[in-house]
Write a protein that binds this ligand. Structure first.
Ligand SMILES: Cc1cc2nc3c(=O)[nH]c(=O)nc-3n(C[C@H](O)[C@H](O)[C@H](O)COP(=O)(O)OP(=O)(O)OC[C@H]3O[C@@H](n4cnc5c(N)ncnc54)[C@H](O)[C@@H]3O)c2cc1C
Length: 418
């Protein structure tokens, strides 16, 4: 694949934006096709963590035994409604088989490379493109209500420190409230990852939009790709709501919806939509100082310049866009249980989005065997914002025949066939 050729990126979330950005930087003539407006999918209302600390995948030894009983609790952060969905049940069985030490460590290696590289790339990108995305270096604080959970995390702390040199500071007992005065008294403690950062996601998307404009990327919003035309083992063009488009190379970056092109790709991508919710409170005088995760509830809080966001929960309800009021009230209840001032009565915005979840905790980045001129960049799960730049850079390197800056084998889209 040569430079100066045309590439079409399908999907304008953060992964599609970053792919378009690095492809344009490599000299490709880029068209970005987005069904709605840029960054209107999961990239919109997420918690904005740029979190190289999120090395460990969801899967691991003991996870099933710990999670299953909680599934039946009213306030469980994870919800899997009983319904017949063969692809979801296949995904869940495969997730169970990933809950082994060797598989967990394999995923951790791949995640670490992607997240670490992304952090470095973000620092360059935000600076070079002057992105006004509320970039803030205050780390990330894990907060615990119970002593046993706080102390139970010490083993992971040791592993992250010794294996990946992650800096983690302990704030036991009242020290956690002294560190973050927005917290209530009487909590069990917190672990702080000072090297993490956060942004306001919609502002980050806006930063990408302006950068892509400067790179002369042909940005087409409100254009939905309805079909991928395949001829002689290659993509010949894409059919869209605004006519046919053709290029030399195609990148599928449609997040949780990437499996919808399985027939054309001749590949089942095991990506499930993991629905999460957020409540945003703008115009709030005294937001928390640091981003926090209330660990027992898996609820996240992100301070913004103008307020804060509470987000979380994971629902496997398929491609369902409805806002479940019960899930939203769980977010509120958790915030009230941890924050001195609770939350205002009415959020400025209630939102839900689909995390593109792969059962092994690694995204799908790279070529598919059946099509010579198509790459996939999808499945970045719970860290799609934090891992977008390295995903985009890897796509640009693979497209341009350059030596990849990180080992692409971890993310090969056809790794599931083995
Ligand atoms: C509550 C919540 C909190 C989160 N917090 C964080 C966080 O703090 N940090 C972090 O790193 N990650 C976080 N995530 C995960 C992160 O939001 C996602 O991993 C990331 O946004 C995925 O980006 P994406 O570009 O792959 O997908 P998306 O942002 O979903 O983008 C895909 C795009 O493709 C478009 N599209 C789909 N089909 C078509 C088509 N046929 N034609 C044209 N366009 C199409 C869609 O409209 C969409 O804009 C969170 C997610 C949730 C739900």
């Amino acid at each position: 694949m040569n430079k100066q050729q045309k590439v079409i990126v399908i999907g304008g979330g953060l992964v599609g934006c970053a792919s378009a950005y690095y492809l344009a930087s490599e000299g490709w003539s880029v068209t970005l096709l987005e069904r709605s407006s840029l960054g209107s999918g999961a990239s919109y209302g997420n918690c904005g963590y740029v979190c190289p600390s999120h090395i460990m995948p969801l899967s691991g030894p003991g996870v099933i035994a710990k999670t299953l009983p909680k599934l039946f609790q009213r306030d469980a952060p994870l919800s899997i409604p009983a319904r017949w969905d063969p692809q979801l049940w296949h995904w869940l069985l495969k997730f169970r088989s990933e809950c082994r030490e060797d598989r967990m460590n394999h995923a951790a290696e791949g995640r670490h490379a992607l997240l670490q590289s992304s952090m470095e790339l973000y620092r360059e990108l935000v600076d070079a493109e002057k992105m006004e995305c509320e970039w803030t270096d205050r780390g990330l604080l894990l907060v615990y209500q119970t002593k046993s959970d706080f102390e139970g995390y010490a083993k992971t702390v040791e592993h992250l420190r010794s294996r990946y040199s992650v800096r983690i500071d302990a704030y036991p007992d009242q020290a956690v409230t002294e560190f973050e005065p927005a917290l209530k008294d009487g909590l069990a403690g917190g672990w702080h990852f000072p090297k993490d950062a956060h942004v306001r996601p919609d502002r980050l998307v806006e930063g990408f939009k302006q950068a892509l404009g400067r790179q002369a990327v042909d940005l087409r919003e409100q254009v939905e790709v309805t079909d991928i035309e395949v001829e002689s083992g290659k993509v010949a063009g894409v059919r869209t709501s605004a006519g046919r488009f053709a290029a030399d190379l195609y990148v599928v970056a449609t997040g949780a919806e990437a499996p919808k092109f399985a027939k054309q790709l001749k590949l089942q991508l095991p990506i499930q939509p993991g629905k999460g919710y957020s409540l945003t409170y703008d115009h709030y005088a005294s937001p928390p100082r640091v981003p926090m995760i209330f660990e027992e509830h898996h609820v996240a809080v992100t301070p913004f310049e103008n307020g804060f966001r509470v987000g979380s929960t994971m629902e496997f309800t398929g491609y369902d866009r409805s806002l479940n009021p019960k899930r939203l009230s769980l977010l509120k209840e958790s915030a009230v249980a941890h924050l001195k001032e609770g939350v205002p009565d009415q959020p400025t915005e209630s939102w839900c989005g689909w995390r593109p979840m792969v059962y092994d905790g690694l995204p799908c980045i790279g070529a598919v065997p059946s099509l010579k001129n198509l790459l996939v960049a999808a499945g970045n799960g719970m860290v799609g914002l934090a891992s977008a730049p390295a995903t985009g850079r890897l796509i640009a390197e693979l497209a341009s025949g350059k030596t990849p800056h990180i080992d692409p084998d971890f993310y090969a889209p056809d790794r599931f066939r083995a």
